[in-house]
Design a protein around this ligand. Sequence first.
Ligand code: NAD
Length: 490
Amino acid sequence: MKIRTGRNYINGAWMTHERTFASVDPSTGRTLGTVALSREPEVDAAVTAAREAFRSWATTDVGERCRLVAAIASSLVSEYGEQLKESPLKNLITSEVGKRLPEADIEVIESSDMVSFFAVKAPDILGTRSLQLNADLWPTKRSRVVFEPIGVVAVIKPWNYPLELPLWSIAPALVAGNTVVFKPSEHSPLIGLEIARLCEQAGIPKGVVNVVTGDGETGRLLAQHPGVNKVSFTGSVGVGRRIGEDCGRRFLPHSLELGGNDAAIVLADVDVELAANGLVWGAFCNIGQVCVRPKRVLLHRSLREKLVDLIRAKTDEMRVDIDYGPMISERQRSTTASFVADAVSRGANLVAGGGAIDKEGFYYAPTVLTDVPPDAEVMREECFGPVMPVMFFDSESDAVALANASEYGLAASIWTTSTVTFERIAPQLNVGMVWMNDVNVAFPEAPWGGRKMSGIGAELSEFAILDYTRMKHVCVEASTEQRRAWWYPY
Ligand code: NAD
């Protein structure tokens, strides 16, 4: 197989650099390509290019910005081709991060839908808003709010949705008039560089989007660069906290989309076939490497036999390399194994899976544990791997208390045949997103974001577009009087 070479995209040019690192195919552990290991000079060149380009991009008509961003969405539709049919972009996603073809399908088509939403909605959302002041108090004042771009946005993202998550930030940043420096994950740099190619192809002017590949140190250099005006970060709580502290010191706007330990509450009236299908897919799609997967399944005790048996059967039926692929790295696989070992050592029952698959690459079997004690690591910390821990509850209030007993507050799902029950429980959950009888679904129209340790700020929706702007209040005086009534002398 030919090893690919990825080059940084800075100021509209593809740059070769001396320091490089390998992007690895997780299904074999072998090198897929080499890319730049960017340090100060490359990060600095990218930020400088973005600052320079900001001057004209910020004043480009919003309609023209949206036309160019819409061209990225159109390219994605072409790159998608047909459902369940391979394409070069989908093949790169399956080989660089190990997704299955249906998962790569979703990633490409959802990316197009999200980018298109921002391009269509931005002109309305960013329009100037006139304010109705109290005419009795302020008869001669005319006020309005305008939304201005912030400047250079540093976009730093993980590998688990390597195309979609960066575009969730890049598209609203661009339509709002900002320029971007994007640092993809060290596990998905080649897919990150595809975003540069799509922007170039769409005719986005040079310097408006720059992509520098690298590791955590590259991300740190970018987030701390004095030329950056906002940081949009998705990733782990530890790194998010460091970025938040640094941005706080500099009063820099930032959004942090971090980890979760989502509860799935399964009520006694549930359709068990639906719940088993949904929970098995939710827990194991992308081999469990999903921020909003059900990471703690809370089952009503009456479902113990019936639903656990069904979940076990459906998990045992999962086929390696068809229904699930490799994990991203040996490190993620061994961390997952240690979560399972800890739970079993504390008395959990291993119902399905529970070990690495005996083949090359970083494979781990989808694993189901029951009767997991609340002090097990898998109940307290985020397990970013294919493990479904199940606990049982007796009353609805117990289920809500268990669900909320977490430092995280990303999302939750409620499985029931009753919308009344769903509507009663949903407001009691301290999370940013709640789904009924579904899990891990994102819509461009709906805000996406967590509470507590799961982060701050929101991605997607009209609110995200405004998050990439600074509001300015502009106040016009209509009178020609030489003195206002409240000025001196009193
Ligand atoms: P990570 O925090 O290790 O890395 C994320 C990105 O940050 C990478 O590009 C990395 O190179 C960079 N980085 C690392 N150290 C840095 C530093 N000091 N300064 C700046 N950048 C730095 O996360 P990961 O392992 O790649 O991703 C998995 C995590 O992401 C999980 O916790 C998952 O839940 C979370 N996630 C959250 C969401 C969400 O929407 N809330 C979505 C996807 C993933």
